[in-house]
Design a protein around this ligand. Structure first.
Ligand code: 5RP
Length: 213
């Protein structure tokens, strides 16, 4: 089974701290995400800065796009994004128009969605989904559990590359042991620590330790 990737989510509210963190962790992380918070606060120009610093990295624009997929995709792709995200409740037309303008679209799974809908995304050529525990649900007391692992496993069986995210840290990663997780997406568990590079190394070590067996 491949070793899962590690993605940093830059959800800062200002450019300088986002870029500073990216420079610190960028060479040891597999994927850089321009987070929704950062995109909403600063705008997609920040993607250009990150692309300039990291010409060869996968950079994801976490647009959580719900409409105007083609335009949003074209804009972020022009600024250097490799992939972008669409909400699971966007229409298939939105997702399809986005896929014409950018290398890949990842579907963000929040709230209510069905496996039948997921099959229509696969049929439309969408290969990636992000299984999300929302920040607000976690704050309200939700935790990762069996119900999540069952859904993640089913999505993997269907043929998706599944990334998971939401309050993850070194203690929660082993919950997914034995599962073919494509990418672990970690925001605050890296960016809000005293030492982001040490946090990245600890996460990478944990991933290697759990998935090497
Ligand atoms: C919020 C997001 C976050 O970027 C992602 O879930 C990482 O967050 P966390 O700080 O919980 O690790 O997409 O919608």
């Amino acid at each position: 089974m491949p070793i899962p990737n590690l993605q940093v989510a830059l959800d800062h509210s200002d450019v300088s701290s986002a870029v500073e963190t990216a420079v610190i962790v960028g060479n040891e992380i597999d994927i850089i995400e321009v987070g929704t918070v950062l995109l909403l606060e600063i705008g997609s120009e920040v993607i250009k800065t990150l692309r300039h610093i990291f010409p060869d990295k996968i950079i994801i624009a976490d647009t959580k796009c719900a409409d105007a997929g083609g335009t949003v995709a074209k804009n972020v792709a022009n600024r250097g994004a490799t992939w972008m995200t669409c909400m699971c409740n966007a229409t298939l037309a939105t997702m399809q128009s986005a896929t014409k303008e950018i290398e890949e679209v990842q579907v963000e799974l929040y709230g209510n969605w069905t496996y039948e809908e997921a099959q229509t995304w696969l049929n439309a050529g969408i290969r990636q989904v992000i299984y999300h525990q929302s920040r607000d649900a976690l704050l309200a007391g939700e935790t990762w559990g069996e119900k999540d692992l069952t859904k993640v496993n089913k999505l993997i069986e269907m043929g998706f590359k599944v990334s998971v995210t939401g309050g993850l840290n070194v203690d929660t990663l082993p919950l997914f042991k034995g599962m073919d997780i494509y990418t672990f997406i970690v925001g605050r568990g890296i960016t809000e620590t005293d030492n982001p590079i040490e946090a990245v190394r600890a996460l990478k070590n944990k991933i290697n330790e759990v998935w090497r067996d």
